[in-house]
Ligand binder design. Structure first.
Ligand code: PLP
Length: 400
């Protein structure tokens, strides 16, 4: 795919992106290049390669080879506004890599209070140890957020929908306020992927994703990415090289394979999630469904305004505060695995405790002090009728 193809639809892009002839040769997929040493014809060639440090140039295994370059190229092609993409060995490594690329000792970071917990831990742990101050903010309270810019801010970390309770925030407004004050906006866009939310076109400077979720799609690989326009891409790439980050070519090939079907998997996950969430809302054991894709959800309007798609991940609050009952429901599910991560072809259920991971924001749907036990569901590719039947029999055991 060339840059002239940017108007292609997402399903077409994911099928074609990254498959440059010089990387694939005569076959469809870029082969797996397992390599540490890259060999040079002459000493002059070695010197020239070392000097250029260009993307897509052979040098040494840590800078990747065609398998990794093809994946990064494909991710750039599907991310509107991106100049380049850096790959990391996990989503958490991508979060750390992106933050370290923009922050230095003495800087101040604002982080959304409903961020993925390891992102929060980075603000309170690693970054604090480096002399960077992290402050959490409620992404739904624009006035309070604006007030935090009374002292200099270097960067803002966003995630939308927020982890666990799924609030969609006004990314264009939050990033515009940051920009007005000379701050950079970074976003964890794992939930929507660029197919569902064009983060750079909505005001963000750097967008990261855990590729372990939708891109991999088959629960068998760990990887992360960060994409940006040219200025911040250069900073991401330099820091990643300084930290010695590299992903395995075998995993890169798996991620590229996952990418090819991502658009259809996301469409199916979204459809099934809306259907199941609609059914759950009517069940007597359910206090609240937290699903921005559902009409009537407090986040639905913003989701409709800014997003072009969703996925199979949403949460629900049970009509009980008994975590034992919550455990009974999860244990009774046959088709849902109990486990971390999400975005795979198989459904998962996970008891969640969002109120334990917040400092300024309440988790209203779950209750201040855990008034409702809550569960996060990742809806996979199974038939939604079977999943509804499984949920029905498990919810019936809630009060056993
Ligand atoms: C929103 C979000 N961001 C980032 C990550 C981290 O990704 P990884 O598990 O690939 O390190 C996760 C993992 O669950 C996540 O849910």
């Amino acid at each position: 795919m060339s840059s002239g193809d940017k108007d292609l639809k997402p399903g077409t892009k994911v099928a074609h992106a990254g498959r440059r002839k010089e990387w694939t040769g005569p076959v469809v997929n870029p082969p797996v290049w397992r390599a540490s040493t890259h060999l040079y014809e002459t000493e002059a060639d070695r010197k020239a390669a070392g000097k250029s440090n260009a993307d897509g140039g052979f040098f040494y295994g840590r800078r990747g080879a065609p398998t990794q370059w093809a994946l990064a190229d494909a991710l750039t092609a599907i991310e509107p506004g991106a100049f380049g993409t850096v790959l990391y060995p996990s989503g958490v490594a991508a979060i750390a890599g992106a933050l370290l690329a923009v922050l230095k000792p003495g800087d101040r970071l604002l982080m959304t209070d409903n961020a993925y917990d390891p992102s929060r831990s980075m603000a309170t742990g690693l970054l604090t140890r480096m002399g960077i101050e992290g402050t959490f903010f409620d992404p739904l309270d624009l006035d309070a957020y604006r007030g935090l810019f009374d002292q200099p801010v270097r960067a803002v970390w966003l995630e939308s929908p927020g982890s666990l309770t799924m609030e969609v925030c006004d990314v264009p407004a939050l990033s515009a306020i940051a920009r007005e004050h000379g701050a950079i906006s970074l976003i964890d866009n794992t939930w929507a992927s660029p197919l569902g939310f064009a983060a750079l076109e909505h005001g963000c400077d750097i967008v990261m994703m855990s590729l372990s979720k939708h891109v991999g799609g088959h629960s068998d690989l760990m990887m992360g990415s960060a994409s940006a326009g040219e200025r911040w891409y250069r900073a991401l790439r330099r820091t990643s090289q300084e930290l010695g980050q590299v992903v395995s070519p075998d995993d890169a090939a798996l991620a590229s394979r996952g990418l090819r079907t991502m658009a259809v998997r996301l469409e199916r996950g979204t459809e099934s999630a809306i259907r199941i969430a609609t059914w759950l809302k009517e069940q007597p054991q359910i206090a609240e469904v937290m699903c921005p894709m559902l009409p009537g959800d407090p986040s639905h309007e913003l989701w409709q305004r800014d997003f072009t798609g969703g996925c199979g991940l949403f949460s629900l609050a049970l009509d009980t505060n008994d975590t034992g009952a919550c455990g009974r429901v999860v244990d009774a599910l046959d088709l849902f695995g109990i486990g971390y991560s999400w975005g795979g072809f198989e459904s998962l259920a996970l008891p969640i405790f969002p109120q334990q991971h917040r400092s300024v924001m309440s988790a209203p749907n779950v209750g201040e002090a855990g008034a409702h036990a809550a569960i996060r569901l990742s809806i996979g590719l199974e038939d939604p009728d079977d999943l509804i039947a499984d949920l029905a029999q498990a919810l019936a055991k809630m009060d056993d």
